[in-house]
Design a protein around this ligand. Structure first.
Ligand SMILES: NC(=O)c1ccc[n+]([C@@H]2O[C@H](COP(=O)([O-])OP(=O)(O)OC[C@H]3O[C@@H](n4cnc5c(N)ncnc54)[C@H](OP(=O)(O)O)[C@@H]3O)[C@@H](O)[C@H]2O)c1
Length: 292
């Protein structure tokens, strides 16, 4: 049997509903400054294969530079980016996508997402992005921060389902209803903010489990996501943390401690925004019924 090493665990993948193969673990680069190619290149050299950026993070260009710097071939790295919705709608989405490809110095992005169901134009932008997918500029199309009602609206509008929904997931905010819907409809879930932005990393429950298992609190939180089968993208701006954050595959959290962590979900504590609750009108996903 092949031993589980960090490198081969980082190479574990999931096949999306359109056949694209995506790594199950990556580096999120939100709030890492726009000159972060050294850090990203270090991650790639350590075996990370997926980078999660966005137009909004203002560092797509660093991802492109880092891939070259790391000596990896473009096709060896899975890049996610996201369109930040605007009132420009489909036109804005196309502009952002083209700028993304320029930033990455690539003729495609592996997974492109609508960043959130906001600013009233998700349906027309989504349709335009499906066309861009046909042209090969996008390998897979996803959404982020979509609630069940947004996903149902896409289906009612007759639009092809997304391959991925990226939503906030950590023990204090588990979004179980959205996860259930996605799993039932073969939409892969990427959990973001797996460390809850480190805002509760010193909480007694986490520290106690970490001590018991001789792991760090960050490793407990990341392992909780991995053990639940989520694709996860912890962010760090510190090179020294890349390795330990990825060292979550050769051990597991015992059932009783998973139950304790799962119970934190009762707090329904969100560490950041929650656009999954935005209305269909805000998203621009209203299903208009024609009165006879
Ligand atoms: N689609 C969306 O709307 C959305 C929203 C939020 C996030 N995301 C994506 O998800 C990624 C991750 O989420 P996030 O950035 O919100 O937060 P996160 O990954 O939950 O937490 C990041 C925080 O944890 C700290 N940290 C990392 N490793 C640590 C360790 N070993 N020990 C202690 N602290 C540690 C980081 O500090 P240092 O940097 O100092 O290590 C940073 O303050 C983002 O970067 C982004 O790619 C997407």
């Amino acid at each position: 049997m092949t031993p589980i090493t960090i490198a081969n665990a980082l190479a574990s993948t999931v096949t999306l509903n359109d056949g694209t193969v995506m790594p199950m673990f990556g580096l999120g680069v939100y709030r890492i400054d726009n000159n972060c190619s050294d850090l990203i290149a270090a991650a790639l050299q350590q075996g990370y294969l997926l980078i999660d950026t966005a137009e909004f993070y203002n560092n797509e260009h660093s991802v492109g530079v880092a891939i070259k710097q790391s000596g990896k071939k473009r096709e060896e790295v899975f890049v996610i980016s996201k369109w930040w919705p605007s009132t420009e709608g489909a036109k804005g989405a196309m502009k952002s996508l083209d700028q993304c490809l320029k930033n990455l110095e690539s003729n495609y992005v592996d997974l492109y997402m609508i960043h959130a169901p906001k600013d009233h134009h998700c349906a027309d932008a989504y349709q335009a992005l499906l066309d861009a997918k046909k042209q090969g500029k996008i390998k897979s199309l996803g959404v982020a921060n979509f609630g069940v009602h947004h996903l149902e609206a896409l289906a009612k509008l007759g639009l092809e389902k997304p391959s991925v929904n990226q939503i906030q997931i950590h023990p204090w905010y588990q979004n179980n209803d959205i996860v259930r819907y996605c799993r039932e409809h073969n939409i892969t879930v990427i959990g973001y903010s797996p460390l809850a932005k480190a805002k509760k990393i010193d909480e007694t429950t986490i520290v106690a489990i970490a001590k018991k298992l001789s792991k760090s609190p960050a490793q407990i939180l990341i392992r909780w996501s991995v053990q639940h089968g989520y694709v996860t993208i912890p962010k760090t701006s510190q090179e020294g943390r890349l390795k330990t954050n990825a060292d979550v595959f050769t051990w597991s959290i015992p059932d009783e401690d998973m139950k304790t962590l799962d119970a934190l979900g009762d707090q329904q504590w969100s560490c950041t925004w929650d656009p999954t609750k935005y209305s269909l009108e805000e998203a621009g996903l209203q299903v208009i019924t024609i009165q006879q």
